[in-house]
Design a protein around this ligand. Structure first.
Ligand code: 13P
Length: 254
């Protein structure tokens, strides 16, 4: 079995002020104290709380990431944030291509690819999100959609950079619905994602890429998802907002 990094991540989306961020991270620190885990544990607060989050997470196992980033480093791009700025804050991770960005903010495979290229030019670890919608799944198009998204996002990645990329399978129908993908559905989709990576970068690169599952992950379903051979971690939305439930997920992930 390939030696893949386990990542337990909380995407806070549009939630928590800076003060609430500090409080939640301090609570998490207490709840996770003494835990020995081989996993990387990451939270993704909104941009305005990132500095506070990095400060509160100091000397804990928690790492911090941003929910998005623009591809240019500086210039006349009102409202945008660059990789240089995120790196200067001491962040480790950045999410790219979340389905909410695709559905609500015009993100496409092409813009995900541009962001990914910019991130790989620096030192952040990108977590690229892919996933099919309900209609696509019901029409039997899951494989095709995942292949298009993975190929579209990774098309400009240099072979020596693929080892830095993390993928997240987030079926749109499972996000915020309470209906998680079954462990088998998640495992099968991760296998498809890995096949696309293998077709582009070779089998061993694919075997070494961590693929996380996201979509209604809770303390109760974490262990069964994590038992699947192709599931290397979880990307948690709603259940990561509460320190007690996110800490339970971290513990359940083993
Ligand atoms: P939920 O865990 O709330 O379903 O959200 C998943 C998600 O979108 C994480 O990025």
């Amino acid at each position: 079995m390939a030696n893949r990094t386990t990542i337990i991540a909380g995407n806070w989306k549009l939630n928590k002020t800076a003060a609430e961020t500090r409080r939640t991270i301090l609570e998490l620190r207490n709840k996770l104290a003494g835990l020995s885990t081989g996993a990387e544990v990451v939270v993704f607060p909104p941009f305005v709380s990132l500095e506070t989050a990095v400060d509160a997470a100091r000397e804990t196992i928690l790492q911090v990431g941003a929910q998005n980033v623009f591809w240019e480093k500086s210039g006349a791009y009102t409202g945008e944030v660059s990789t240089t700025m995120l790196e200067a804050l001491g962040l480790e991770f950045v999410l790219l291509g979340h389905s909410e960005r695709r559905a609500l903010f015009g993100e496409t495979d092409a813009t995900v690819a541009r962001r990914l290229e910019a991130v790989l030019g620096g030192r952040l670890t990108p977590v690229v999100c892919v996933g099919e919608g309900l209609e696509e799944r019901e029409a039997g198009r899951t494989g095709e959609v995942l292949a298009r998204q993975v190929e579209g996002a990774l098309k400009d990645v240099a072979p020596d950079h693929i080892g830095r990329v993390v993928l997240a399978y987030e079926p749109v129908w499972a996000i915020g619905t309470g209906k998680s993908a079954s462990p088998t559905i998640a495992n099968d989709a991760h296998t498809l994602i890995r096949s696309s990576i293998a077709a582009m970068f070779g089998r061993s690169a694919a075997d070494e890429t961590s693929v996380l599952y996201g979509g209604s992950v809770k303390p109760e379903n974490t262990a069964s998802l994590m038992r699947e051979s192709e599931v290397d971690g979880v990307l948690v939305g709603g259940a990561s907002l509460d320190a007690a439930s996110f800490a339970e997920i971290v513990r359940a992930a083993g």
